[in-house]
Design a protein around this ligand. Structure first.
Ligand code: IPD
Length: 271
């Protein structure tokens, strides 16, 4: 797809993400409660997650009725155009519930496959409605925060790196994640767990984190943030040095990526 086509998709994604952000923050003022739980009692969905995703789906299909949609809260819609929208209506739902201003609307537009290991990302927008920040990127068009170009931090050794990560919702998964962290924490400047994978990846793009890794992310958690980090100069990858997948996502400037991947391998992770 041409850079112009990607830029047009980015314009549409931005418009939809901003409308969704306005809807979600307004809905939050009306109060939030847990509507249901998913993989564990702490893996929550609020009515706002579902209503925001429904709004995004409606806006996408009004503009592009033949596209597919992969969203966190509803079934995958198979499209016929070869273009898929990968949506997390609220990434950082626990922060949203508690009123911590680090949750986001994450929208990526991809083509070629519905599998994150094989798709090509065309455009991406991540909005933090609490701060009003809009992170975005299009393939080959660079990454921006509120219109200003983004660039990852370079030449940072792991010993001086601020590294973001996150944890799953299931006890056994968390135990394994904590064991890896035990090995990594003494090697880095410090660790941050901010609670929205999409914002973590944007933080790498903006130099607010030097690196980020997480195991157990779903496609909608990393689809948009990965393109934004990549377009800001990060290497984004996963198991065995391949693409980011559910098993592992890593983002950092290339030198630090290698060092972090090595440390993760020594901690038993296929990186
Ligand atoms: C979660 C957040 C969190 C990450 C979890 C994700 P959700 O997404 O991105 O930072 O650590 O793995 O599931 O559930 O808030 O959409």
């Amino acid at each position: 797809m041409s850079e112009d086509a990607s830029a047009a998709l980015l314009d549409l994604a931005r418009r939809i993400a901003l409308e969704a952000a306005e809807f979600a923050i307004e809905a939050r003022r009306g109060g939030v409660s847990v509507a249901l739980t998913k993989s564990s009692p702490v893996d929550i969905v609020t009515a706002v997650d579902r209503d925001t995703e429904a709004l995004i789906r409606r806006l996408v299909l009004e503009a592009r009725p033949d596209d597919g949609i992969i969203g966190e809260e509803d079934e995958t819609r198979i499209g016929t155009s070869g273009v898929d929208w990968v949506i997390d209506p609220i990434d950082g739902t626990v922060n949203f519930l508690y009123g911590i201003p680090a949750w986001s609307i994450s929208i990526a537009v991809v083509t070629g496959s519905a599998d994150p290991a094989r798709w090509t990302a065309l455009a991406a927008v991540v909005v933090n409605p609490s701060t009003g920040e809009v992170f975005e990127a299009s393939a080959g068009g660079g990454a921006r925060l509120d219109g200003q170009p983004l660039q990852v931090n370079t030449n940072v050794p792991l010993s001086h790196a601020l590294v973001g990560t996150g944890f799953g919702y299931e006890a056994e998964v968390r135990r394994a994640q904590a064991e890896v962290l035990l090995e990594l924490l003494p090697l880095a400047r410090d660790i941050r767990r901010m609670g929205s994978a999409a914002l973590d990846l944007c933080a790498v793009a903006a130099g607010r984190l030097d690196a980020y890794y997480e195991r157990g992310l779903n496609a909608w958690d990393h689809a948009a943030g990965a393109l934004i980090a990549q377009e800001a100069g990060a290497r984004v990858g996963g198991p065995g040095g391949g693409a980011a997948t559910f098993d592992l996502a890593i983002a950092a400037a290339p030198g630090l990526y290698e060092e972090l991947a090595g440390a993760l391998r020594r901690a038993g992770v296929d990186a």
